[in-house]
Design a protein. Structure first.
Length: 293
């Protein structure tokens, strides 16, 4: 395998168009410089210079390799600085999982704060339901998960958002009025519900609100934006997190619900896998719950 010294020797000769000038620039004698380039040519199996002319010229293969060689040297020269930045948490990649509902409001605010507070970090996003996030977090495929409780054992957690449930009502509906709605007001109404297999958290919350209420059940869904589309189409009412209003759907009024249970969003991570980049993001999280949703 060729060495960086051989690559640097080749690039210098290519730029100087002369072995003599390249040797002077590298502060070495010409014979070892020539041997470095010859070793490089043997390693990669091509002739890099046309030595038949008075001035050294690159062969077509040499001209192509020069582009890659310069890129390689630039990466090598930058590697120590990059390593220091990663060690200090100023560079690196953090893989963040999130639920679709957290993307309505919280996720955007978090990414903005990361860009402002840790601009050198690369954030890779992965939209998954909570159970899938926790499994991926456990296997090492995520660094941070934004999930709904319960999280279970084995993870460190922090509550990052608390919001109420609200009732999404199509404009012109009998319940399209001001003020909070009581669960009893939903008697006889058609409600869009959540599936328990992929949206269990919201299914449990809505079941708490609707306990004892004689409502009519409509479709069972997973995604809140789908629910809102059906609300606009007049297919039923829906209990959704207050942050869903950030979608700004026309044809919907969001009414507060009396004694609404809290909708909680939790950040979870593996305490045995906290790198410097994740530490910087975790330092930003406590501030998020204090911001308005």
């Amino acid at each position: 395998m060729y060495s960086l010294d051989q690559v640097r020797a080749f690039v210098t000769v290519a730029e100087e168009r002369s072995f003599r000038r390249a040797a002077e620039r590298l502060r070495m004698t010409q014979p070892p410089l020539s041997r470095q380039v010859q070793k490089l040519e043997r390693e990669i199996g091509v002739v890099l210079f046309d030595r038949s002319k008075r001035q050294v010229e690159l062969t077509p293969a040499g001209a192509t390799f020069l582009v890659e060689a310069r890129r390689l040297l630039a990466l090598a020269d930058a590697a120590p600085d990059t390593a220091r930045l990663v060690a200090d948490g100023h560079a690196g990649t953090v893989r963040i999982g999130f639920t679709a509902a957290s993307g309505f409001d919280f996720l955007g605010r978090l990414i903005t704060r990361i860009e402002e507070g840790a601009p050198g970090l690369e954030i890779v996003l992965n939209e998954l339901v909570s159970s899938e996030q926790l499994a991926t977090l456990h296997s090492g495929g995520l660094d941070l998960a934004l999930v709904r409780p319960p999280v279970g054992d084995g993870f460190a957690t922090r509550v990052v958002q608390v919001e109420p449930l609200v009732l999404a009502v199509p404009t012109g509906h009998a319940l399209d009025v001001d003020g909070p709605v009581a669960p009893a007001d939903l008697g006889g109404q058609t409600l869009l519900l959540y599936t328990r297999d992929r949206a269990r958290y919201f299914a449990d919350l809505t079941a708490t609100v609707l306990a004892g209420v004689p409502f009519r059940a409509a479709h069972q869904l997973t995604q809140i934006h789908t629910m809102l589309g059906l609300v606009v189409a007049g297919r039923g009412l829906a209990l959704v997190p207050a942050s869903a209003a950030a979608l700004r759907r026309d044809g919907i009024r969001f009414r507060p619900v009396s004694n609404s249970p809290d909708v909680v969003l939790v950040a979870a991570w593996r305490s045995d896998q906290i790198g410097p980049a994740l530490q910087r993001i975790l330092a930003l999280l406590p501030q998020m719950h204090e911001e308005p949703s």
